[in-house]
Design a protein around this ligand. Structure first.
Ligand SMILES: [Zn+2]
Length: 209
């Protein structure tokens, strides 16, 4: 893999800066918490870290991220086809788990419970396998993140649906401030949560897990 990466970055560098000598390059995969890629210039050496979620990505996607990072580094415009290719890969890879596709879970719940009215945020499996958080809605990135622990054959669909449904309610009912208290699960929120038909079953399953 590493042997594939270096020539891709060198070629991309050559395209962006045809006359500048290619600096020493170190490219590695790194287990960031979220999908992330970084580039730094340190003592004339370019240090690149790519999210390990990109391991196994096709060359075209790696060429895209090489272009994006180098363009950022050298303040060159990012070519649209590269930007699109990278974004498409990441969003499809993020949402499609081994067992469950979060976008289709969202779309299905949206029709069943929200008249299809909620705008779908970025749907992402978390990369850590922590169980302490089932999922969360991140308003800053407009993303629903679900713990990858639940992307498993022994997890029934209603449990995944419940986690996503709960986060959809967060999307619908933004956190309110009552004085200095943040009201995260308001009375309205809780009433709407009880509408979910598999609520008890799902809660029970998630506790047992
Ligand atoms: Zn909550």
């Amino acid at each position: 893999m590493r042997e594939r990466l270096l020539p891709i970055f060198q070629e991309s560098y050559r395209e962006l800066r045809p006359r500048a000598p290619i600096p020493e390059l170190a490219v590695e995969f790194f287990a960031f918490t979220n999908i992330n890629n970084t580039i730094r210039l340190r003592e004339g050496k370019l240090l690149v870290r790519l999210s390990d979620l990109l391991e196994g990505a096709p060359d075209a996607v790696l060429r895209a991220i090489a272009h994006i990072l180098l363009a950022k580094m050298y303040r060159k415009p990012i070519e649209r086809n590269h930007a699109t290719r990278y974004r498409r890969y990441v969003s499809s890879h993020h949402t499609q788990g081994r067992f469950y596709n979060l976008e289709s879970v969202f779309d299905d719940l949206n029709v069943r419970f929200f008249y299809g009215l909620l705008a779908r945020p970025q749907m992402t499996w978390s990369r850590d396998h922590a169980r302490n958080s089932l999922g969360h809605y991140d308003p800053a990135h407009n993303a629903i993140v679900v713990s990858r622990v639940f992307d498993h054959s022994r997890v029934p669909r209603y449990a995944v649906e419940y986690i996503v449904y709960h986060e959809m309610l967060h999307l619908k009912h933004p956190v309110k401030l009552r004085g200095s208290r943040r009201c995260v699960h308001s009375a309205e929120f809780q009433a709407e949560e009880r509408v979910f038909p598999d609520l008890e079953r799902a809660k029970q399953f998630l506790q047992l897990l």
